[in-house]
Design a protein around this ligand. Structure first.
Ligand SMILES: Cc1cc2nc3c(=O)[nH]c(=O)nc-3n(C[C@H](O)[C@H](O)[C@H](O)COP(=O)(O)OP(=O)(O)OC[C@H]3O[C@@H](n4cnc5c(N)ncnc54)[C@H](O)[C@@H]3O)c2cc1C
Length: 377
């Protein structure tokens, strides 16, 4: 019924779910997030946010907060792993910011998550609520949780990540494709690094593997690294596990002394399977749609997974802003139509890990402003 306050259930309180909750609340939708986890841990990981994502955060009133906790690199360097020769460098100072309308920011993943959570009232997030079943009718969606409880809303937004059960119900069971590679990643105090000096943000590239190293705060007192390391035998079921430091050092023994210096200083590391999917044929069924990694998981080589989830949240809010409750299915289709071409293209580009291609396409990635881009009907 037109004029009635719309209600939305969001499954998952990751970057995509939180950004969606904040943006839907701003347009007057009554939102509840259902999150399976009881609490969020500060896992050692950094995250890059490109100008396209920072522009969305600006519209959400979060730019200053995120800038204040992030490292803002003047330059990202791409170096040959063994010799350290410069392959490419991207200047990211004032000119870059002016060109793309926002900076490139590097920060701790938990700081970005906390920033997004800070604009979502605590009582909007229901924890220990694992969605196990759902049904929709002409007016809304009923949801059923592992603890025996249920809920109903006018629409359900599934931001439930790469292993999304909602995606599985829409498209059938299918594991994400394991790339045969793992990411070792961690954050630790810069002071532990002896004898070598770390640059602000560098990707060290060999033929079959790479490592990205950067600071995660303006003080530069915490350093992060993430690798892409071949390991086809990794048991993908374990998804994330403790990494073996000796093995890591062996894997990167041919790398430049700066890289080895960082790895030798590292006290502990986690290991993640790197997975991806091809673009899905559709994201929306009636009053249910997918958002973020549930519909466009990608390799992290362009550092765009969370950024594109945050973009999704802005476009979804724009599509729903003027929709009555009966218009919701149409508004969700319009959201999908406006997002799928861009995210499918970024999934494909990221998968190549081709810096020549990234260089060619960066204008298209970073110039995008989800608040202003015209919406196709
Ligand atoms: C090594 C690595 C490095 C990366 N680096 C970057 C980077 O630099 N920049 C960038 O932008 N992106 C990066 N990404 C990608 C980014 O982490 C993801 O794209 C992003 O976290 C996706 O957010 P999401 O909200 O869609 O999903 P998630 O963050 O996975 O959140 C899903 C949430 O749903 C919950 N959930 C799942 N199932 C259910 C259920 N049945 N019921 C209730 N709750 C449920 C989960 O507990 C979780 O909290 C990286 C990824 C990796 C692996």
């Amino acid at each position: 019924m037109s004029g009635q306050k719309k209600t939305a259930a969001i499954i998952g309180a990751g970057m995509g779910g939180l950004a969606t909750a904040a943006n839907l609340r701003r347009i007057g939708i009554e939102v509840t997030i259902y999150e399976q986890a009881r609490a969020f841990a500060r896992v050692g990981a950094g995250i890059q946010q490109g100008p396209n994502s920072v522009k969305v955060l600006r519209g959400m009133g979060l730019e200053e907060r995120v800038r204040s906790v992030a490292f803002h690199p003047e330059m990202t360097r791409y170096r040959d792993a063994a010799t350290g020769d410069l392959l490419w460098q991207r200047t990211q100072g004032a000119e870059y910011e002016e060109k793309y309308g926002a900076p490139q920011l590097l920060l701790h993943r938990a700081d970005l998550h906390e920033a997004l959570a800070s604009i979502v009232p605590a009582d909007v997030i229901q924890r220990s609520k694992k969605l196990i079943d759902f049904r929709q009718d002409g007016d809304g969606v009923d949801m059923f949780f592992a603890d025996g409880s249920s809920a109903r809303a006018d629409m359900m937004i599934a931001a439930d990540g790469v292993h999304s059960m909602v995606r599985e119900r829409m498209h059938g069971p299918e594991q994400p494709r394991f790339t045969g590679r793992v990411a070792y990643r961690t954050t630790f105090p810069t002071a532990l690094i002896k004898n070598v000096e770390v640059e602000g943000s560098t990707k060290w590239m060999a033929k079959d593997r790479h490592i990205v190293i950067y600071f995660t705060n303006p003080r530069k007192d915490e350093v992060y690294f993430v690798t892409s390391t071949p390991e086809p035998s990794f048991n993908i079921e374990s998804w994330s596990t403790e990494g073996d430091l000796d093995q890591l050092l062996r894997e990167y023994s041919e790398f430049h002394p700066i890289v080895r210096g960082v790895l030798e200083a590292c006290p502990a590391v986690h290991k993640w399977a790197l997975v991806e999917r091809d673009p899905l044929p559709f994201w929306t069924q009636g009053r249910i749609t997918l958002l973020g990694d549930s519909c466009h998981p990608m390799t992290p080589y362009m550092a765009q997974g969370a950024g594109t989830s945050i973009e999704d949240a802005a476009i979804l809010a724009r599509c729903l802003a003027d929709a009555s409750t009966s218009d919701i299915p149409r508004a969700l289709k319009i959201y999908e139509a406006n997002r799928k071409p861009r995210t499918s293209w970024i999934q494909a580009s990221s998968s190549t890990n081709d810096i020549e291609r990234f260089r060619r396409e960066q204008d298209q990635v970073f110039s995008y402003n989800a608040w202003e881009t015209p919406l196709a009907a």
